[in-house]
Design a protein around this ligand. Structure first.
Ligand SMILES: Cc1cc2nc3c(=O)[nH]c(=O)nc-3n(C[C@H](O)[C@H](O)[C@H](O)COP(=O)(O)OP(=O)(O)OC[C@H]3O[C@@H](n4cnc5c(N)ncnc54)[C@H](O)[C@@H]3O)c2cc1C
Length: 308
């Protein structure tokens, strides 16, 4: 066992939650990605701050992994620690109209559970297959709603271990973005202020959202949702389709025939394939329409193929 793994074992109570050389393809919805030096499931603040201190001391990067549903990990993987927020970060509590959820809690599960309690405001998220923490950072949204509409506070832990409670103003929500994007903040808790709503209406709306997605998105094939953000007053999918790019392939990656803003993994796609395809699509759309598409999917690790 390496000295680093020994140190991790002194921080993480259950050694079964330390996974050396873990292939990240097992943890991304694209089913793509090389190994993380260590994938570690942290179950409380003590373990989280212990790993952060170790990473600082050893000058190793730290990544937070949710459901890997907005993520493209390079074929050579990532060095350092990839952390999954488990245990106390994977719970939620309800107090009247106020719901407090851990950063690692499943967002669609939360949306479904609170709807059953007659709490409205999160039904739009019933089919966004990520965690509460990642959803906050990118202000996840769909069907006219997004998290900014109901979040009243969030707690983050910074790389130096400092814990801070943030107001919506400090979070700085924008379209599929917030000021936390690219910062080293780890979202450990989010507070939502919801409103009373008719349970059956909420269930009906969620059923409609789910059916619509089944009809319009390639859910049978590995993908990471929309790969590009919508440009102002337009849709990335519309532009890509209008450029005739549906079905375009690069190695094992393909622009979905069903939804032009989705890239699907045909079975053996590499991160390189996806990045080259993103680059080609962006170039063609820029030449045809003069619109520069910005990626929505997050990219981890080496990337000599797609320039930001
Ligand atoms: C079929 C499909 C449909 C989708 N539909 C939508 C949609 O309608 N709307 C939408 O907005 N998105 C959609 N997505 C994209 C994705 O589900 C969302 O972006 C989601 O919020 C990502 O959550 P995640 O837990 O999977 O994050 P990951 O992919 O694991 O991580 C994404 C980024 O967030 C960071 N991160 C994760 N957790 C934390 C944390 N606790 N603190 C700080 N940073 C963190 C990661 O480091 C990474 O940079 C879809 C994806 C798929 C596959």
């Amino acid at each position: 066992m390496s000295p680093l793994e020994q140190e991790l074992r002194s921080i993480i109570r259950d050694p079964g939650r330390i996974h050396p050389d873990e292939p990240l393809s097992k943890h991304t919805t694209f089913r793509i990605g090389g190994p993380a030096d260590f994938l570690v499931e942290v179950s409380d603040r003590r373990e989280l701050s212990g790993v952060l201190a170790l990473a600082t001391r050893e000058h190793l990067p730290v990544y937070i992994l949710g459901r890997g549903s907005n993520l493209l990990v390079s074929d050579s993987g990532v060095r350092g620690f990839v952390l999954i927020l488990a245990g106390e970060f994977d719970q939620f509590q309800v107090d009247g109209l106020r719901v407090t959820a851990g950063g690692g809690y499943d967002l669609p599960k939360l949306a479904t559970k609170v709807a059953k309690m007659g709490l409205g405001g999160l039904d739009f998220a019933c089919a966004i297959p990520g965690t509460v923490g990642a959803g906050l950072v990118i202000n996840a949204g769909a069907h006219g709603g997004d998290l900014s509409q109901s979040v009243s506070a969030a707690t983050v832990i910074w790389a130096d271990g400092r814990e801070e409670s943030l107001t919506p103003e400090l979070i700085g929500f924008a379209y599929r973005s917030s000021k936390l994007q690219g910062a080293s903040a780890i979202v450990v808790e989010v507070v939502f202020d919801l409103h009373p709503a008719n349970q059956e209406e909420l269930q009906g709306r969620m059923k409609h959202h789910l059916e619509r997605r089944r009809a319009t998105q390639p859910l049978q094939q590995p993908n990471a949702g929309s790969v590009f953000m919508n440009p102002p007053a337009d849709y990335a999918g519309r532009l890509i389709e209008a450029a005739g790019l549906k079905g375009l392939t690069e190695g094992g990656a393909q622009i979905s025939e069903k939804h032009a803003n989705f890239i699907v993994n045909l079975g053996n796609a590499t991160a390189r394939d996806v990045l080259l395809l993103l680059d080609r699509v962006r170039g063609i759309v820029q030449d045809r329409f003069g619109v520069r598409l910005e990626p929505e999917v997050k990219i981890w690790g080496e990337n000599p193929y797609f320039r930001f």
